[in-house]
Structures are given as C-alpha cells and as structure tokens.
Design a protein around this ligand. Sequence first.
Ligand code: ACO
Length: 323
Amino acid sequence: VIRSVVRGCGSYLPARMLTNHDLAGMVDTSDDWIVQRTGIRQRHIAAAGEHTSDLAVKAAERALAAAGMDPQDIDLIVLATATPDNTFPASAVAVQARLGITGGAAFDMQAVCSGFVFAVATADSMLRAGDFKRALVIGSETFSRILDWKDRTTCVIFGDGAGAVVLEAQELAGGKADRGVLGAKLRSDGRHKDKLYVDGGPSTTGTAGFLRMEGKEVFRHAVGMMTGAITDVLAATGTTAQEVDWFVPHQANQRIIDGCAHKLGVPSEKVISTVAQHGNTSAASIPLALDTAVHDGRIKQGDLVMIEAMGGGFTWGAALIRW
Ligand code: ACO
C-alpha cells in the first residue's frame, strides 16, 4: 500500500509577543480572567508587513531542513489558512514561488481552525492516489489582522504563527505499512456557520471584516464534535484510545482540551498543550504543537499521534498518524 509518511516538521512564531498583561492595558480584561477561562498567557503577533505567506515560508523551510530535503523535492503544497495574504491568488502559490518551486500544484485550504486536519487528509488522499510524491502541508495564520482589538471577548484568544510537515508517499508492505497517516475523518455542519465567522469578505462587504464569535456556543459543541471524530478514527483504524501515544488537539483553549481528554479517559500527560504560549493560532496550532513536541523529544519516530480540531463552519475532524 502507499502511505503518506511524515519526514519532518517545522514551525515559526513572529518575534513580537503580546502578554495578558499587555492586553489588560488595551481592553477591560485581566491576566486572571484570561488564564482561568482559556489557559492562554501570551501570544505572538506578526509585524507590520509580515504576511501569512512569510510565516508559512519560514515554517516550510524548517520542515524541509528537518526532512533533509530540498524545495525541488516537493510537488504538492497544501496551505491551510483563513487569513490569506490576498483574496487570490492562494497564499500557497506565494510560498511555492518563494521556495523556488515551479512544478507540481499548490493551493489553499479553508476550514478555519480545522484547516490543518483537512489539509493533512487532503494531501494524504492525493499522495495515496499516486499523483504526487512529496507534500508540504502547512498551517499559517495572521488572525491579529481580523481581530477587533476593542472586543475583549475575542481579541484575548487568538495569535499568529505557522507550522508545517513534509509528507512523502512511500510504498510499504506487511508490518511496515503501519506507518504514516493511518486514517482521517472530516466533518462540517453549516447550520452553525453564524456562531464563528468574519463579518466581511469580497462578495459581501468588500472589506476583510472582523472575527465574531458566540464563545459559549462554540464551547458547547467543541468537545462532543472532536471526541466524536476521534472515536470514528479509532474505530476505522482498529485502535483504542489507550494505544495512542500522543493527542495533539487544536489549541483553542485549555478547558476544551481538558474536556476532550476527560471524555476519552486520556491522562493529561499524553496531551500536547501549547495554548498557554501560543494562544489560538487557528490552522497553525496543531503543526506548532506537533513541532514543539517533536523538538522537546516527546513525539518520537514510531509513536502513534492523534490530531484533532474543531472550528468555524462548524468544521471538525481527526487524523491518526504513526510518526
Ligand atoms: N476579560 C474580562 N471579562 C470578559 C472578557 C475578557 N477578555 N471577555 C468576556 N468577559 C466577560 C463577559 O462580558 C461576561 O461579563 P458579564 O457576566 O458581566 O456579562 C463575563 O466575562 C462572562 O462571559 P462569558 O462569555 O459567559 O464567559 P465564558 O465563561 O463563556 O468564557 C470564552 C468565554 C473563554 C470565550 C468561552 O466561552 C470559550 O472558551 N469559548 C470557546 C471559544 C473558543 O475557543 N473559540 C476559539 C475559536 S473556535 C475554535 O478554535 C474551536
């Protein structure tokens, strides 16, 4: 069988950090409130002129270095983002050009916070179909650009950043086939589309707009949707939650992360959390967390890793990867 095997990962955070204390000087909030409700302590903010594709290129270069690969080895770029540089072309082609790649295909994927899981599943399908050999799967966001910095209910939650993995199609047989992306489930339900959205766009207002969120409604659905997707992936791959070495959830907020672990009966030591340091970076949060855990030595080759996310749409999903 053909499997999409992870060859390397990388990430990038903008230099500027914004702490909860900084925010308390901007809106009526406090470090205590933000930490208690979300677990977030700080987030990184892109500099003026630093775009989603710039963050993506840096994460991609680090992922390629970790994989020991050259940009020319890549023939597919799938970039998950809800904050593209421009309405079009896709930011993925800006990344492609900056890396000096002229062959293959590059496109953006829009599933907001679930974008990275959708991108991994999409790239995996394309690699297994035999049409592409090596994919850069990237999540990159500059949510700071679509935040209403006067709205304390949203501006304290999000941050900027990027992460990337290199997936390679490998023909594997027998016991060796238990590697790479082993299964994925993707879901959407547009009845919830007004609970987390941006109030602008090219076809409606002609403006970029600001993020709007019914926080309680998002919270109410998040745990059930994500654990449902995880349960489906476990069933489809004949795996138990206990066999999974690491759970790497979308870093929305610590209470959602804890709620999922509790519902699945998973000890918190097996759950990677970077939300305190990064905030919610939407599609970038999972590859940022993956890269953090690979570099600090927690995720090792051979480990079974579950990635899971839920976000605007609503969209949600999970994927199981043998690292
Ligand atoms: N600082 C201080 N007070 C605040 C702030 C703030 N930043 N924001 C809201 N408040 C106030 C509210 O005005 C309200 O005051 P009131 O009681 O006088 O009206 C009070 O705090 C409680 O507000 P709630 O909205 O009820 O607070 P809640 O406990 O629901 O927490 C939160 C809000 C953190 C947004 C929570 O609903 C949540 O985590 N939701 C999930 C949202 C999420 O994770 N979104 C990420 C995007 S989706 C995704 O990635 C999955």
